[in-house]
Design a protein around this ligand. Structure first.
Ligand code: CA
Length: 518
């Protein structure tokens, strides 16, 4: 600093003393894993008390009609590319269909062109490491979701054994990245494993739920309560560092409800890996104090809008060649306007659970698919019609087949499978007005045939255009199951075979013996 500049800076008010730091906002993007929309007390949860997330929501623009994909990797691919996950071939949560292609331009790469330092903490779930996809500072733990306490951390390639709860360490790492970033705006993508299974939280967070719900649910809610504690920690940290007002904070989840499904689902039908409202809707809080007035936004928005929005706010130019591929829209008009405004109100969002066995994408065109426009959801929640799917570990279709056969139990629910995994009639779409009818109980397909036909035609057009790109990108490749997953699949198959055998025996015993006279 020159003497003349030093003297000049002394005359400036404190806030203007560091123009480089205030010119562009920092961005703290927090994404939780498998947490339902209703899992904050602000959204009506009957057991959770989450004062920190509630405070963040109250200080934020709340996107109340914000949609993500039905499972982990697809949502993450869409977030980081601004395009539907099919366009990057990310159609599963298992290898190789989790791999984000290396020639994809990502959000951190774009932000870096605008002078941002980019940091990643936590769960990645997009194949080869985040350092190869634009993040210059990376921290995660070697044992992923299985390592809740005393994790083995890997920070920028260096391994260290830590003491404590994984999510507490993740948030501390994010704070360390922020502290050590000098003279540069920063982007921190903080991606938790909580409350994804396996479920385990520090006892102090679990204890309040014991005796009120099952042990599994208590651990799940404990993981959410711990997230709230950590949100409180990092918000206090930003304030203490005087970064509160030039930092944008965003909080979302990556898919719908899981282990808290039978506790509370905000009246919605559906969970993770379904195309119902509860499988796809996330809370979405966007806080930038002094710039975005806290208010509720009802316009239909989605994960694909994150990239164009954050690029716009950061002044990162999206290259002309890339622009036609970006399917999301810049949210700034709705973030900045306190009053309701028209904003891409005719847009369609296309949902697909995917997860089909390799080579069977075409068979699943109408299996677990949906189209959203305005408040309407056009949906086919059905197993595919290819009997080879079950043998090839088509787990989602398998679940829907058992629900169609009358099962009350399915993933995440002990008794409500008929509701949350509900199967729609064969051969046609069902239509629901989800804001009036979040439980999707009143099928309007017959009452509004024109709307159903128009939305169905939009879906066909989308599928036809996207299918070849998705296949070319590896979205229909054979799955290479991890040992953990394979063990689970085999266990489930063995249980199913044993049950069938038992039923067969019971049937035989109840049949009248033809050799004995009545
Ligand atoms: Ca997830």
């Amino acid at each position: 600093m020159t003497a003349a500049f030093a003297a000049f800076s002394l005359m400036l008010p404190v806030n203007a003393a560091e123009p480089a730091k205030t010119a562009k906002p920092n961005i703290l993007f927090i994404i939780t894993d498998d947490q339902g929309y209703g899992d904050w007390s602000v959204n009506g949860h009957p057991l959770l008390k989450t004062p920190n997330a509630d405070k963040l929501a109250a200080e934020s623009v709340r996107l109340e009609n914000f949609y993500v994909s039905a499972s982990c990797s697809p949502t993450r691919a869409a977030l980081l590319t601004g395009m539907h996950e099919f366009r990057s071939g990310v159609t599963h949560t298992q290898h190789p269909r989790v791999q984000l292609p290396h020639d994809t331009t990502t959000l951190p790469e774009l932000l870096a062109t605008a002078g941002y330092r980019t940091g990643f903490v936590g769960k990645w779930h997009l194949g080869s490491p985040p350092s190869g996809h634009g993040f210059e500072w990376c921290s995660t733990n070697m044992g992923g979701p299985f390592e809740h306490f005393d994790p083995n951390m890997v920070r920028n390639g260096k391994k260290t054994k830590e003491t404590g709860y994984r999510e507490d360490i993740y948030f501390s790492d994010a704070m360390n990245f922020i502290t050590e970033t000098k003279d540069q705006p920063w982007f921190m993508y903080l991606s938790t494993y909580s409350p994804h299974d396996p479920l385990k939280a520090p006892e102090e967070f679990v204890a309040p739920f014991r005796g009120k719900v099952t042990e599994e649910q208590a651990q799940y809610l404990g993981m959410v309560a711990n997230l709230d504690y950590n949100i409180g920690r990092i918000m206090a940290f930003l304030k203490e560092k005087n970064l509160d007002e030039n930092t944008i904070v965003v909080l979302i989840s990556d898919n719908g409800q899981t282990y808290g499904l039978d506790v509370y689902n905000a009246n919605m039908r559906g969970c993770k890996a379904t195309v119902w409202e509860g499988g796809l809707r996330s809370f979405s809080y966007w806080r930038w104090t002094g710039h975005w007035p806290p208010h509720q936004v009802d316009n239909l928005s989605a994960h694909i809008d994150v990239l164009p929005t954050l690029c716009a706010v950061a002044g990162a130019k999206i290259p002309e060649a890339l622009q036609p591929e970006i399917e999301g829209f810049n949210l700034l008009p709705v973030l900045e306007s306190k009053d309701p405004i028209a904003w891409h109100d005719d847009r369609f969002l296309y949902h697909h659970v995917a997860r089909w066995p390799g080579g069977m994408a075409a068979d699943h065109k109408y299996a677990m698919a949906g189209v959203r426009q305005g408040n309407y959801l056009l949906v086919r929640s059905r197993p595919c019609d290819n009997p080879g799917c079950e043998e090839a570990n088509g787990q989602q279709c398998d679940t829907l087949r058992s629900v169609e056969a009358g099962s009350k139990r399915a993933n995440y629910t002990a008794e409500n499978a008929q509701f949350h995994w509900g199967v729609t009639p064969p051969g046609r779409w069902a239509l629901f007005e989800v804001k009036k009818d979040p439980g999707c109980l009143n099928d309007l397909a017959a009452a509004e045939p024109e709307r159903a036909a128009a939305m169905g035609a939009a879906y066909d057009k989308w599928w036809d255009a996207t299918y070849p790109v998705m296949v070319k990108r590896g979205g229909d490749a054979e799955i290479v199951w991890s040992k953990v997953q394979l063990d689970l699949i085999n266990k489930k198959k063995a249980a199913k075979a044993a049950k069938a055998e038992q039923e067969k025996k019971a049937d035989q015993q109840s049949q009248p013996n033809p050799t004995t006279k009545p």
